[in-house]
Design a protein around this ligand. Sequence first.
Ligand code: ATP
Length: 262
Amino acid sequence: ASDSAVLKSSTTNVHWKDIGGLEKVIEELKETIVWPLLYRDEFARLGITPSRGVLLYGPPGTGKTMLARAAATEVSANFILVAIPDLIKGEVGESEKALTAIFANAARSPSIVFLDEIEAIFGSREQSGEVGKKLITQLFLEMDNIPEDASVVILAATNAPHLMDSSILRSGRLDKKIHIPRPDYSSRLDILTRATQNLSIENATELLAQLAETEMSGAEIKSLVRCACYSAIQRGTKVLCRQDFDIALATASAVDQFADMQ
Ligand code: ATP
């Protein structure tokens, strides 16, 4: 894997306020990630060693990446996204070099390194073979060697926590785990409200309250709203109505059925 394949370094424009539900998770991330980066000197003075890394685990499309981006925005940190499955695709030697470059880059300025689909490094040890094993060793080395005074925090995400090796959850690595659940009714309503705040919708309050009854992840809600917008455009109107969301729901369920058949 070349650097460019795995290293997407940027500032982000996602804010805490864009995230629906997950209030407790946001508070926890503020305490573990944001405060130590913002108030480094105070932590040092009090002799508190903050967590270097946090594992976010939970089902797909529940906002793990979004949370990491929002944390980076909050502390004006560089956001470095590393897709572990892409990293593993490289040759032996090449992937470790890419990882070293990522951590060297991170240490230069306040950074959040986001290791997406981290289980790939452990889960497919057989498949990834030599590359996977060497990469695990290199990752631990990089994490353990982050300079004490560097403003670098590691956030990792997984949908498959059972595939994780406990060695990465050791102190000084990803020593805090936070569960990101599928949204409950009030979180779904919150996500729906935020996703539609710039849209005109007929009987919005009643319609959104009903839509929130359907079990959906945040990503599914976003795609439902997008689909309803297409339907309204097709009808040649700027005001969405129940019919547009009915079409969007029917499309989503057809896609699900198709996926089940695969
Ligand atoms: P995966 O495990 O599949 O990588 P993820 O948990 O990282 O998914 P995200 O990529 O953060 O999920 O979410 C995908 C999209 O779904 C986001 O860009 C956002 O539009 C929407 N979304 C998910 N959760 C939320 C939420 N809690 N509030 C607002 N939008 C959300």
